[in-house]
Design a protein around this ligand. Sequence first.
Ligand code: KG4
Ligand code: ZN
Length: 290
Amino acid sequence: MVPEIASRRHIELVDGIYRGALEEAGISDSDIDAICVTSGPGLIGSILVGLSFAKGLSFSLNKPLIAVNHVQAHAMSIFIEEDVDFPFIALVVSGGHTVILKVEDQNPLTVLGSTRDDAAGEAFDKIAKYLNIGYPGGRVIEEISKNGFKDYVAFPRPMLDENNYDFSFSGLKTSFINYVKRNGVNDGNIMHVLSSFQEAIFDVLLKKVLRATKDFKIGRVVVGGGVASNRRMREVFCEAGKREGLEVYFPSSGLCMDNGVMVALMGYYNFMKSAFSPLDVQGFSRMKLN
Ligand code: KG4
Ligand code: ZN
């Protein structure tokens, strides 16, 4: 993804998307109660386009503006479809973030751990780019891995022996590239090599989440973010949930990927608490959750 091209496309599309959404919902400007918008973290150029558009709407319609944290919106996106009791351990796995949270209410979140280098989705995207098999990497890799052997290559499970909830996927990506350089990939083995890589990522994600559920004695797990749309990941987590007696929740695939509904929902929670943002609220590429 080229950030500058992405933000220019945002400028071209944002107005039409807004109009299209109103039309599809069968409502008009005057039916809107508040404008909810992502203020970070993410690609700053694209965030600024959305934020400027939302500020303009808020000013012209005289409706409150509510800035929303993108990662928090992913963590809460399950509530679009179902009610989950608090507390729960949330895992957000996207192209920019891999983070484990303790969620006790709609707002206070505790970050237990996060990635020290590449996010899980980023690792998928980078090896897909290396192999030149397409974008988004995670989806392409899932497709190719479908009938592959999961233990064809014994890829490392980084940081599993460390007593924390942090991740590191950059070394795993390097071992994948080294494997390919040494052994090569071809039509015969690519599905097995990718399936083994995918399994290594999900294994690490699962074990770190299980550690958190045990340490905090919380029997509920909620997953969100683009990577969570992966069917193998859902299977791995749901099987472990049954084995360990945990409730495991995944939003439906389309709501795992970036979407406006999760931003509206998080904004709605803030709206109910009258937690409005000033019109000069800033956008951030990096943003703390607590
Ligand atoms: O949450 P998201 O839509 O955008 C960000 O906030 O980053 O997540 C995008 C990420 C990309 O890295 C993409 O490769 C990954 O989600 N992804 C997947 C799948 N579909 C998208 N990863 C694994 N399996 C998938 N099926
Ligand atoms: Zn996202």
